[in-house]
Design a protein around this ligand. Structure first.
Ligand SMILES: [Zn+2]
Length: 326
């Protein structure tokens, strides 16, 4: 499944997710029956597929189908070949994050083969445009009121560590008049609004002591930071599931960059962790790869989560939902 998804070029930009969404649909449809499509702009396709009938707790799996671009001239492997060598699958998106999406789908299949009926609905949001801020992906699902769940896992590459916090992002165009200068990147931290972040950039530029410096500053993309409390039961639950598979408790970490988890955490107050196979060191690099063993471990972790996501366990999460982290 990882190889099939990698073979479907979904580089963003330009962001044409139609092809990969059609491949993902073929994987999901046997599990979900019908798979709904949200096409936020022409060709910018996200999929919504639910396993279950809404009568049980809902575990949301949010995974993006787009990738950053790949320059084949810089790769030893075909970025879209899905080549298998040295216990790895090579290609753009193997780690970030088609491997994680495949592992989550495989978890459902594995439970079925084992004759285990999960006590929950599993809701797949396989989205466009994460790599460029999510406007045509998770943001579009949010705007349509489609993000509802009791908890969420985002299978981005964390080497199966449990990521509960992440910085936000701010892209700005700064047009400098006069002598060119260099503006450093701000760090968008939890609680910081766009205006604060933009002010930080202005302060950096204003600190340049040059009376001839005149500039225009235009915010392009803003993503707020987000976090889940380390003491939240969903954090403990994830750690236990992972420890049961890999034999040791994973680290609980924060990330210096933003993922779609921020929409789920901040806009919907749904507890969300980012946790998936493959290393973040492999994201966006030439000759990206994911270890096949890591995909298998991740599928086992997700299957464990799905198998245990019952009313009783979810009630514990709901006790905490009255007090979202921000
Ligand atoms: Zn990613």
């Amino acid at each position: 499944m990882t190889r099939a998804l990698v073979a479907a070029d979904s580089q963003n930009p330009p962001g044409r997710e139609r092809l990969v969404a059609d491949v993902a649909r073929q994987l999901l449809e046997p599990l979900c029956g019908s798979v709904a499509e949200v096409e936020a702009a022409p060709g910018r396709v996200s999929l919504v597929g639910r396993i279950g009938d809404c009568s049980r707790p809902t575990l949301l799996v949010n995974g993006h189908l787009d990738t950053v671009p790949a320059d084949p001239n810089r790769w030893a492997h075909d970025p879209f070949g899905g080549e298998v060598a040295d216990g790895r699958i090579w290609g753009r998106g193997t780690a970030d994050m088609k491997g994680g999406v495949a592992a989550a789908i495989e978890a459902v299949l594995a439970l079925g083969r084992a004759g285990i009926e999960p006590p929950c609905d599993v809701l797949f949001h396989l989205v466009a445009d994460e790599e460029r801020g999510g406007r045509f992906g998770t943001q579009a699902l949010l705007d349509r009121g489609l993000i509802t769940a009791d908890a969420c896992v985002v299978p981005e590459p964390t080497s199966l560590d449990v990521c509960i916090a992440e910085r936000g992002l701010l892209h700005v165009d700064v047009l400098l008049h006069g002598r060119p200068a260099h503006a450093s990147e701000p760090r968008v931290l939890p609680g910081q609004a766009q205006a604060d972040a933009v002010d930080d950039v202005r302060r950096l530029i204003d600190a340049i002591d040059d009376p001839d410096l005149i500039y225009d500053l235009e915010p392009i993309v803003f993503g707020e930071a987000s976090e889940l409390a380390p003491s939240h039961p969903w954090t403990a639950w994830m750690r236990a599931a992972i420890a049961g598979v890999i034999g040791r408790p994973p680290a609980v970490i924060g990330m210096p960059f933003a993922t779609d988890a921020r929409f789920v955490r901040n806009q919907r107050a749904i507890p969300a962790v980012v946790c998936g196979p493959g290393s973040i060191d492999q994201a966006h690099v030439d000759d990206e790869w994911v270890a096949i063993d890591a995909l298998v471990d991740a599928a086992a972790v997700y299957a464990t989560l799905m198998a245990g996501f019952d009313d009783e366990a979810v009630a514990v999460l709901h006790e905490r939902r009255t007090a979202p982290t921000r």
